[in-house]
Design a protein around this ligand. Structure first.
Ligand code: C2E
Ligand code: CA
Ligand code: CA
Ligand code: CA
Length: 280
């Protein structure tokens, strides 16, 4: 039995060790990335669907890893959350996004952009988050009502009174709150009563099927009407073709984002889009 046990041990152990080692390496790399500023933001335009005007951008993080190249957030945000590194990373995202958008707004007199920043549950556990948000506003000069914090429903599953108080403290700064991936959680409707939300982001999974599936269309249009009844803005995520756009505008959806309009853009690509240089 002992030998059998040992064989099994040897059968499984190298794999587990490799996986463990990979995680440890990535964690060490991530710690270094924070110190060495290896992150960049992309900015995806958010468009007023009826007019096509860009009203804001969502800031989306990328990691420029020295050996692996560009790493998508899905591949490091979970580790950043587990290790707590999301706190300094998230603080950098807030500062960078507000600074850049305040700069763009100086050149867009009368038509200021809003900036949406994703906030993870781990950041909301920090009692200093309201001060961190205020510090980013102060440093950038961005008016509070131009900053939107995007929260996922999984984050709001935490019903502790502290979470609600923190959200209210953040709300009191004058920033707006959005529920991200709306409709994918278990009790989306309950959150609308409990949390001081301003914006609903309709999850891409509804938008994907809005043309071909009557159920997805009915749910999407129902969410838009619900938003209207509660005086919330609705943003449809992941619009990829004209058919989806016309279904959404037909349902009076106010705002949208997706590859149909633009992918998440580098700072200089968004600059070119906002301020086109007319070459002869
Ligand atoms: P999310 O907040 O739901 O962001 C939308 C994702 O959909 C982005 O992926 C975006 O690039 C992608 N997307 C936008 N339009 C389209 C489209 O038309 N078609 C398709 N197929 N995809 C589209 P990305 O940038 O890879 O980000 C993934 C997730 O990582 C985000 O989902 C968000 O939850 C998280 N994330 C990104 N940046 C940050 C950050 O700074 N902080 C935190 N805490 N999370 C972040
Ligand atoms: Ca988001
Ligand atoms: Ca989303
Ligand atoms: Ca998502």
């Amino acid at each position: 039995a002992k030998k059998h046990g040992k064989d099994r041990y040897e059968l499984f152990e190298p794999d587990m060790r490799a996986e463990f080692q990979a995680t440890v390496d990535l964690e060490a790399d991530l710690r270094r990335a924070v110190v060495r500023h290896e992150f960049e933001l992309r900015y995806q335009p958010i468009v007023h669907l009826a007019t096509g005007d860009i009203t804001g951008v969502e800031a989306l993080i990328r990691w420029q890893h020295p050996r692996r190249g560009e790493v998508a957030p899905a591949d490091f945000i979970p580790l950043a959350e587990e290790t707590g590194l999301i706190v300094p990373i998230g603080e950098w995202v807030l500062r960078e996004a507000t600074t850049r958008v305040a700069e763009w707004n100086e050149r867009r007199a009368g038509r200021p952009l809003s900036v949406s920043v994703n906030i993870s549950a781990v950041q909301l556990e920090q009692c200093v988050l309201p001060q961190v948000v205020q510090a980013a506003l102060d440093a950038s000069g961005l008016p509070a009502d131009r900053l939107i914090l995007e929260l996922t429903e999984t984050l709001l599953v935490d019903h502790r009174a502290a979470t609600l108080h923190r959200l209210e403290a953040i709300k009191a700064l004058g920033v707006r709150l959005a529920i991200d991936d709306f409709g994918t959680g278990y009790s989306s409707l309950a959150y609308l009563r409990r949390f001081p939300v301003d914006i609903i982001k309709i999850d891409k999974s509804f938008v994907d099927d809005v043309v071909d599936e009557p159920t997805a269309a009915a749910l999407t249009h129902g969410i838009i009407q619900l938003g209207r009844a509660l005086q919330l803005s609705t943003i449809a995520e992941g619009i990829e073709h004209a058919g989806q756009l016309s279904s959404l505008t037909g349902g009076n959806c106010e705002l949208g984002q997706g590859y149909y309009f633009a992918e998440p853009l580098t700072r200089s690509a968004l600059d070119d889009l906002l301020f086109p240089v007319h070459r002869p």
